[in-house]
Each structure stands twice: as structure tokens, then as C-alpha cells.
Design a protein around this ligand. Structure first.
Ligand code: MG
Length: 248
């Protein structure tokens, strides 16, 4: 965060008004809104090139289908962006939608695993340890997923931390999916770094929203509330633990 502080106030990071209008014009109206019609939209099954169950990950198929739907709509206007790819499950859903619309998905992950993926932790998978170094590395498996799904010409992997990747970022984004580290510091950094790049009408999507602290960590829910409180976003819907907001 210290590096951010040395930068002039987000200068050049947000699209200017003319750009905003351009992207807004390119974005179609929301296909999915709260209310009865949203159910029909989000249950449409994503068209994927592989058996999604064969990809390691923690995304429910209903949440994946929702990601696919929103990416299908958003990717016509500007690139989509995900934070936290792991082995590429969400990447397959979003990337397949982008490919269908001739769009691009940037997929950011340092691929060193979150706290819970490290040896001895609850979600550790020994298959993902680099044999030579003994360090967790999901990038090889991620690339394998991209190849199997036929997404190498659609997805641009960025192997870096959110903070470093965000320092020079200037490209407007039509959809930002936050599913990175679940510590409050990580989630807040992801929100602050990327939400400002979302074009008007674009989507901010946050995974692992648990309003009940008994059910899960509160950091994703906290940034979801922060986004709503900013008045820059309005709620569209929540699909299981996937919170979808729209940039107003
Ligand atoms: Mg998640």
C-alpha cells in the first residue's frame, strides 16, 4: 500500500468522461437484474469446452454460470478482469464468455496460493507444490486448464500481486471479479486497486459473501458493503455467495 501512496492521486487511472461515454454506449442494457427475470438468466448453462468438474477450484456451478452470463454481456464493451484464478475454474467460465464475444479476459494471480492453500492449511493440495522448490505454484495447472479449455487466445494471465499489477494499469474494464486473498488487507487492496477502472454500466463481482460470520470470513462482505456505501455501485443480485454490483 505504501507504493500506492507515493503515486499522485490515481492520476490517469480512471477513464475520462469521453471514454466513459464511449464504453457506456457500447455496453448493452443489463440482461440480468434483480427480480423474477434474473433467475431465468442466471440458470442458463454456460457453453464450456471441457468438463468443468475436472478443474480444481472452489466455485459452485450456479455461481460459475452467473459469471459466464455477466461476462457474456460485459465483454462486448471492454476487457473483463479477474483477481484470484487458482487453477482456472472461474477463468473457464468468464473466458468462455469472452471468447464467444471476441473479448479479452485478464486473469491476475501470483499463483503462490492464499493463506489457506499453504502446506498444513485447510485447503492445501500437495499436487500443486513445485517439486523442485517445494513452493506452492498453481500457474502450471492454470496454464494446463487454459490449454484444455482452448482459451489461450482469449485469456491474458498476469502473474503478479494485485498491488504491483495495479500500479500502471490504465485500461478501462467492463467487469471486475474479486476472488483473491480473503484477509481484510488483501480484499481491501483488490477493491481499491481495481474497482475504479470499471466503466459506467460495468460490473463489480465479489465472491464469498457471507453476511453471517458463522458461515465464512467477513472481508469479501466488507468490501461488498463498502462498494454499496460508496454510492458508485448499485446492487444487481446475489447468486449463492456471489455478489453482483453495477457501476452507476
Ligand atoms: Mg472464492
Amino acid at each position: 500500500m505504501a507504493a500506492h501512496a507515493s503515486f499522485p492521486k490515481k492520476r490517469g487511472l480512471n477513464p475520462d468522461d469521453a471514454m466513459k461515454k464511449l464504453w457506456q454506449a457500447a455496453l448493452p442494457g443489463p440482461a440480468v437484474r434483480t427480480g423474477q427475470s434474473s433467475k431465468e438468466e442466471t440458470t442458463t448453462v454456460a457453453q464450456l469446452s471441457l468438463d468443468i468438474e475436472s478443474v480444481k477450484g472452489f466455485l459452485d456451478p450456479e455461481e460459475g454460470n452467473a459469471l459466464y452470463q455477466y461476462a457474456l454481456e460485459a465483454s462486448q464493451a471492454a476487457p473483463c478482469f479477474e483477481i484470484g484464478a487458482y487453477c482456472g475454474k472461474s477463468t473457464v467460465y468468464m473466458g468462455s464468455a469472452c471468447r464467444e464475444r471476441g473479448g479479452v479476459l485478464y486473469s491476475l494471480d501470483h499463483h503462490r496460493g492464499s493463506e489457506e492453500h499453504q502446506p498444513g492449511e485447510a485447503y492445501h493440495d500437495a499436487d500443486l507444490l513445485d517439486q523442485e522448490s517445494g513452493i506452492f505454484d498453481s500457474f502450471r495447472e492454470f496454464r494446463r486448464t487454459l490449454s484444455r479449455a482452448g482459451l489461450e487466445e482469449t485469456v491474458v494471465p498476469i502473474v503478479a500481486s494485485s498491488e504491483i499489477a495495479g500500479r500502471g494499469w490504465v485500461t478501462p474494464l467492463s467487469m471486475v471479479f474479486i476472488d483473491g486473498g480473503h484477509s481484510y488487507e488483501s480484499a481491501l487492496c483488490d477493491y481499491r486497486t481495481w474497482s475504479g477502472h470499471i466503466v459506467q454500466g460495468g460490473f463489480l463481482v465479489i465472491h464469498d459473501i457471507f453476511p453471517d460470520p458463522e458461515e465464512g470470513g467477513q472481508a469479501p462482505f466488507d468490501i461488498w458493503k463498502k462498494a454499496l456505501a460508496s454510492a458508485l455501485f448499485e446492487e444487481v443480485e446475489i447468486v449463492q455467495t456471489l455478489g453482483i454490483l453495477r457501476r452507476v
